[in-house]
Design a protein around this ligand. Structure first.
Ligand code: SAH
Length: 465
């Protein structure tokens, strides 16, 4: 171990900055946040540095560093571009045992500043002693995702209850079970979404239950997360989706969810495939709805993972109606819908000032099998049409649009397996797209985009290039 981590209380202490450029300013921002008074010595200073110093009721000295400056502070940060000055500051400080950090020169430092993830009062500090900065960056960004920004808020609320819990619950098992319920499940989720009063109230009721020794496995734990998994590329998941995926006990998924996305679900979560292809509903919708209720009632954190966005042709509404009726807590997390994903990854903007002022999402699949749509409302040449589930009826859709009055030369594209490495974009017009498709071996899922915007694909296609 080259450096021992400590957490330093800087409130009321003075920190000397030698150097006032952008690197020094970056550090000063953090040091000021920790409550230190700043003194900066430098012929030049950024405006932000000046403001930080002023706010901390410190002092700016617009001149070169002088030896006697060392005595001004209880900690020194040096960030000048003059190597000799940096070395001198380090030597003087170390001779007097004043902690010193010279930016980007680990051998001149007696203290180093870690990368931090700030969830005050929780602080996560990571360091490699300067040896692996890229990996430190990666670790940090992963941690940023794992812990929601309101993670610290929950810690603050919980700490209010700590004395009472110590007094009312037996140490060991009883206290442990109580805190486990607070930090995993609906109470934590309330705090993360900013419903702090509700979270506090729930902790209070839980404490009463715990006192009566009536916390069971079923108390509070059961809830459902209806999560949009996006169109395929796992990088398109939201932070919240990923976090809930990592804490679920059981996941219900269907065919549209890509393997890459599914791989990010907590490894030991139970997986239930509930199918869903156009004509093959492995588990009938009603049973899925009921299964969500039953699993939550067993006390499980249930992840209902859907392709794209759960509220766009995803039956998300139907699935949560029964939950609401049964008073089961649930959350809905939006995902990137196929239209957005396919449009972005095929370089077809859905609206564009020269081509389309509006966009319409339409289902190309109907219960009865024949395609019965309000065609007259689809005639505006400046509206982009996006058909979900349109492959089977593609020929009918194109010919009906022409028959009802849209120009046969209107550009149209079929995006196959959008956002995945297998994405393919077949481009034509309303008139010839059906024939183009017949020649290719096309596989679901596919999305049909119609309108002038499709003409931009040629020049804006960045993904397959
Ligand atoms: N809730 C989903 C849509 C479900 S309907 C969403 O918001 O995206 C299923 C249809 O979505 C498919 O028939 C197909 O038309 C479209 N789709 C979903 N993922 C797709 C993808 N990666 N590429 C092309 N189309 C996709």
């Amino acid at each position: 171990m080259d450096f021992m981590p400590f957490f330093f209380d800087l409130k009321g202490r003075t920190c000397l900055f030698v150097g006032g450029g952008s690197i020094a300013t970056r550090k000063a921002r953090l040091i000021a946040k920790a409550g230190a008074r700043l003194i900066t010595v430098s012929p030049y200073m950024t405006d932000e540095m000046k403001a930080l110093v002023e706010k901390s009721q410190g002092e700016c000295f617009f001149r070169e560093f002088e030896e006697s400056d060392i005595d001004l502070a209880s900690i020194i940060i040096c960030a000048t571009d003059d190597k000799d000055v940096n070395r001198k500051v380090s030597e003087l400080a170390q001779a007097k045992d004043i902690p010193v950090n010279v930016v980007d020169a680990p051998d001149l430092c007696s203290i180093i500043t870690p990368a931090i993830v700030d969830r005050s009062p929780i602080m996560i500090a990571i360091s490699s002693g300067g040896e692996a900065p890229m990996q430190i960056r990666q670790i940090r960004s992963r941690l940023e995702v794992m812990f929601p920004s309101a993670y610290g808020t929950l810690a603050k609320i919980a700490s209010k209850f700590r004395p009472e819990v110590k007094q009312k619950l037996k140490p060991g098992d009883q206290q442990l079970r109580f805190w486990e319920k607070v930090f995993n499940g609906p109470i934590a989720e309330k705090a993360y979404s900013g419903r702090l009063d509700e979270a506090e109230q729930a902790i209070r009721s839980l404490l009463t239950l715990a006192e009566q020794e009536s916390i069971t496995n079923k108390t509070l734990a059961g809830e459902v997360y209806l999560v949009g998994g996006g169109p395929g590329d796992p990088d398109l998941l939201t932070f919240k989706a990923l976090r809930l995926m990592q804490q679920a006990d059981v996941v219900l998924h269907d065919r549209l969810v890509s393997d890459g996305v599914l791989n990010l679900v907590r490894r030991d979560a139970e997986r239930i495939y509930v199918g869903k292809r156009r004509a093959d509903h492995a588990v009938p919708q009603q049973n899925i709805n009921q299964l969500l209720v039953d699993l939550a009632k067993e006390g499980k954190r249930v992840l209902r993972l859907k392709g794209g966005d759960p509220f766009i042709f995803g039956r998300g509404g139907e699935e949560i109606e029964l939950l609401a009726e049964n008073n089961i807590p649930f959350q809905v997390v939006p995902g990137i819908t196929a239209a957005s994903g396919c449009a972005a990854y095929s370089g077809i903007p859905l609206t564009h000032r020269d081509h389309a002022q509006s966009v319409r999402f339409i289902t190309g699949h109907t219960k009865s099998g024949d395609i019965d749509l309000p065609w007259e409302s689809l005639m505006d040449p400046h509206q982009t049409l996006v058909f979900y589930m349109g492959l089977t009826n593609l020929e009918a859709i194109c010919s009906e649009l022409i028959e009802q009055g849209r120009d046969a030369g209107t550009p149209a594209a079929l995006v196959e397996k959008g956002t995945t490495p297998d994405q393919r974009v077949l481009v034509g017009t309303l008139k010839n797209l059906p024939d183009i498709i017949k020649e290719k071996d096309v596989h679901a899922p596919t999305l049909l985009i119609i309108g002038g915007v499709v003409s931009l694909h040629d020049s804006l296609d960045w993904f397959s290039a």
